[in-house]
Design a protein around this ligand. Structure first.
Ligand SMILES: Cc1ncc(COP(=O)(O)O)c(C=O)c1O
Length: 912
């Protein structure tokens, strides 16, 4: 049996133990007095002991059925035992227990059909009533528990839209473990009899408890406060759940308490019907999908189409002689749902009043935003909308240079003055990390010293980065607000929508951090801490301010925006994205300009299928996002572990751990890797709470330089052409495997198989290689792993695009439009004319964005001075694709004359 430390997640542990129990009981029943019987008995006993600890948190098979199985073992009814275990394990795997009652004893089961769940048609599954579990928290004896369960069960009615089972746990700690472990739980009923501490000793479950914030300080609670405290803690770890508090305290007392996510307080312990109806209504409010439902209804109505959309209702297809295959491929519904109508129960994305408005409100609730806006043209558009809504020409923005190109174009459109921030480089792997907080503060303090702070409007960062480096969002916002109390933050969470639904991940999302910060800023402790720090830092120099963890003033404004490609990490059709807003001044200051910006970039024919998929994707995450994200992290962790511990794979590959991608100075916890072959899993909660940067474990960067292939060749020639494995990001010597909420254990297993096959082939090839071939291989590996060109920093904007020398902001818009006139541009060859020009003392200035793939972000922007380092990097880059660079012509640069004219103010500035 594997040890607990081998498991990242208790779910996997549970499922593997049930499978092991099924195998062991079957073997024992087959041969009860065989040679191995004694060992098998011990194994069964061990598995029962291990499962007993975790089964208390699940409704199926339930503690009573589990104990019954155990008694059968003790009484030697081995056939019955094997039968019941088989049925339970199978129902857990197929999910059959969600759809029907599963008797575990042979007499009742014989009468049952033995239909194979896997054979159920998708329609039959879709029509089944969704199932969930309700956790009741009360310290009861067996008799009381049965009475309670029966009472709840008696409330079921045939017309109920969902079906649920109950699981009873005794204490506050057990409830916290339970909601983190059992993803079937959708509602928690907290009754007055609950106790405080859990008796469970399983370390993996204790780890769960730590994730709930360790439930610190609960020892000091009075018994009457256990219930309200539990409601508050649930809000912290699984805010999407509903909690119901049953209490004996007075209405007045309860009214003054913070009850977290409690939906309703019940004063009558025995009002089971009310409770039942509330539980169903709570789940229904997450289940409902206003726009998707409206679209389904609309598609059923007979309509005459007299608007310009021949595909609507499939008319242009069904009458066609040549495109029938399209109709056959997609089926009729998608065309029935295609319409340009905004009435008849539908709505307009540009002016929503009906179901789109409601769907957006539900999304705001789900993602912790104050307002949410859907977009049907990806986060590229969302970014431009937010930038245009907030930046006025001349405003200063601080932005990470390796951000997505939509931001750079957004800055051009907005006429912003851009301060580019450099991320820390990972030269060894030819990729960037993220921008250290010290660098951000340094730039803000410089702008302050130059008297320009009032023009600084926004900080824009990518979280998480493509490679999975995650910021400490709340800390960044707080320290920046300490310098500039009304700074606006745009967090590009294109890759991070899923993070909301994992408790560890959630704390580093913009919306959660903004809500937390708002709460903190209101507290008297914050005001005190700020005053104290102000006193201490009265005459502090910059070095001290950079070293100090700054406290934001209590009157700072929390103004955070997040853009998410829902389609990248959650269920949505391609291009489905969301903008989440948590800005205290949105209504007062931004709403109008936001509307204009939204109109500027949004199509007047937005695709309804995308909007409907965003609505359904929101339903999914509110009901099962927690489970899916947990499974995703688990799949990624098992992939990391499998590669890190496989002797053959270690020879050619390396999974980059936090220690490889985040320098030690940004990892205060000192944690190097989330998995260690000797110690098992680290509890990542602690580093996620503390460290300046952490690594999103679901993005697995594999160093492949050891194979002699560069990242791009490995991606296209090996993974794609030979094995049909698709990935989209590489660096010179790495490839990135992204897991998602659809990644299964089998897909991970396939990838490992492929890597092992590649490693085996390499082994064989090197075995047969001549000395020369071997030498050539070693040279290739060295070139990929050791001789790497250092990544260049942002050089600077040319003086023609700067207002003065004191700070680094540049007018990218003027530079961008200056290049529209070919007469202002020249082409210089990388190795010839540029070098000569630079030797002669000329400042060579790029007229275009130069974006090599990989790494996929601009190494030059319009108006930027070309440096020796940038040239060296470009020459060393052996990638085929460099956007903005024409190998036949050379680098597009500004003529000296154009720049001179600009400096002399001969050319009007495009920004004005
Ligand atoms: C950080 C970042 N932001 C924005 C985008 C654009 O998102 P979309 O493809 O949804 O337009 C991407 C796309 O890769 C990205 O990586």
């Amino acid at each position: 049996m594997q040890s607990v430390n081998d498991y990242y997640s208790a779910i996997q542990l549970r499922s593997d133990r049930w499978s092991a129990l099924r195998a062991a009981t079957a073997a024992l029943a087959r041969d009860p007095s065989g040679r191995k019987a004694d060992a098998q008995r011990k194994e069964v006993e061990r598995l029962f002991d291990a499962l007993a600890l975790v089964e208390t948190y699940w409704a199926f098979p339930g503690v009573q059925a589990f104990d019954h199985l155990r008694r059968q073992f003790e009484h030697g009814n081995l056939d019955d035992l094997a039968f019941g275990t088989h049925r339970a394990a199978r129902a857990l795997t197929t999910g059959a227990y969600r759809r029907r009652h599963i008797p575990l004893d042979r007499d009742s089961a014989d009468a049952e059909d033995h239909e194979d769940e896997a054979m159920l048609s998708p329609e039959a599954r879709a029509l089944a009533r969704p199932y969930f579990e309700v956790m009741i928290v009360d310290d009861l004896n067996e008799h009381q528990e049965r009475w309670l369960r029966n009472n709840v069960q008696r409330m079921r009615r045939p017309e109920d839209p969902f079906i649920y089972e109950t699981v009873v746990v005794p204490s506050l700690e057990d409830a916290l473990i339970g909601i983190l472990f059992n993803h079937n739980v959708q509602a928690v009923v907290v009754r007055p009899g609950l106790s405080l501490k859990s008796k469970t000793e399983l370390p993996i479950l204790k780890r769960y408890l730590n994730r709930a914030g360790g439930a610190e300080g609960i020892e000091a609670l009075k018994a009457e406060d256990y219930g309200p405290e539990l409601c508050r803690l649930i809000a912290k770890v699984r805010p999407e759940l509903d909690a119901y508090l049953v209490t004996e305290r007075s209405v007045e007392e309860i009214a003054g308490l913070d009850l977290g996510i409690c939906r309703r307080v019940f004063y009558n312990q025995e009002d089971f019907l009310e409770l039942h109806l509330n539980i169903l209504r709570g789940v229904q409010s997450r289940y409902k999908t206003p726009f998707f439902t409206a679209l389904v209804e609309y598609s059923k109505q007979p309509t005459g189409v007299f608007h310009a959309m021949p595909i609507s209702r499939g008319k242009s297809i069904s009458r066609s002689h040549w495109i029938q295959d399209m109709g056959a491929f997609y089926g009729p519904n998608i065309f029935l749902a295609e319409t340009s109508a905004t009435s008849g129960g539908l709505d307009s994305l540009l002016e929503p009043h009906g179901p789109i408005k409601k769907a957006q409100e539900l999304a705001a609730r789900a993602f912790g935003a104050k307002q949410t806006f859907f977009a049907t043209n990806g986060t590229s558009t969302c970014n431009k909308i937010v930038v245009q809504a907030l930046m006025r020409p001349g405003d200063i923005v601080l932005i990470d240079r390796d951000c997505h190109k939509s931001h750079h174009y957004g800055m051009v459109l907005a006429g912003a003055q851009v301060v580019y921030l450099d991320s820390y480089p990972l030269n060894e792997y030819s990729m960037y990390g993220a921008v250290p907080l010290k660098e951000i503060k340094h730039q803000l303090l410089k702008l302050k010293a130059a008297g320009k702070l009032d023009r600084v409007r926004m900080l824009l960062l990518t979280n998480c980065t493509f490679d999975g480096v995650v910021y400490n969002v709340e800390r960044v916002m707080e320290e920046c607000l300490a310098i500039k109390p009304d700074l606006i933050f745009l967090w590009d969470e294109a890759w991070f929508a899923f993070a909301r639904f994992g408790p560890t991940y959630r704390q580093r999302t913009a919306m959660n951090a903004a809500n937390h910060l708002r709460e903190r800023l209101r507290s008297p402790e914050q005001a005190k801490a700020w005053e104290k720090q102000q006193e201490k830092l009265k005459d502090a120099d910059e070095a001290t301010l950079l070293k100090t963890r700054l406290v934001a003033p209590p009157d700072a404004r929390v103004r955070a925006y997040a853009t998410q490609s829902t389609h990248k990490t959650l269920t949505s059709l391609r291009q489905g994205s969301m903008i989440h807003v948590n800005d205290q001044d949105f209504k007062g200051e931004v709403e109008q300009s936001f509307r204009e910006a939204y109109m500027t970039h949004t199509s007047t024919s937005p695709n309804y299928q995308i909007i409907a998929s965003l609505d359904v994707g929101r339903r999914q995450v509110e009901l099962e996002g927690f489970e899916f994200v947990q499974r995703q992290v688990e799949a990624a962790m098992s992939m990391r572990k499998a590669i890190a511990t496989h002797p053959l794979l270690q020879k050619y590959f390396k999974v980059l751990a936090a220690g490889d991608m985040i320098p030690a100075e940004y990892r205060e916890s000192g944690v190097e890797s989330y998995y260690d072959p000797h110690q098992g899993w680290t509890d990542i909660w602690e580093c996620w709470e503390k460290d300046e940067f952490v690594l999103d474990a679901t993005r697995v960067t594999l160093a492949v330089g050891g194979t002699g292939w560069d990242g791009d060749t490995f991606k296209t020639k090996i993974l794609m052409d030979k094995y049909g494995i698709q990935i989209n990001k590489t660096s010179r010597n790495t490839v990135l495997f992204m897991t998602n909420i659809g990644t299964t254990r089998s897909s991970v297993a396939y990838l490992i198989e492929v890597l092992v096959e590649i490693a085996n082939e390499l082994d064989e090839r090197l075995d047969d290689a001549s000395k020369m071939e071997r030498l050539a291989f070693e040279h290739r590996v060295k070139a990929l792993m050791v001789d790497l060109p250092p990544l260049p920093d942002f050089s600077r904007f040319h003086d023609a695009f700067r207002s003065d020398q004191s700070t680094t902001e540049g007018d990218i818009r003027t530079a961008f439009f200056l290049s529209y006139d070919e007469n202002n541009c020249d082409y210089l060859a990388l190795d010839g004319s540029i070098r000569q020009a630079m030797k002669s003392g000329r400042e060579v200035v790029s007229a275009s964005f130069i974006i090599p793939y990989p790494p996929g972000f601009p190494i030059l922007v319009p108006g930027q001075v070309v440096s020796e380092e940038i040239l060296a990097f470009m020459r060393a880059l052996d990638v085929n694709e460099i956007h903005g660079y024409w190998p036949d012509l050379g680098l597009r640069v500004f003529t000296e004359e154009a720049l001179d004219n600009l400096v002399k103010n001969k050319l009007p500035k495009a920004a004005e």
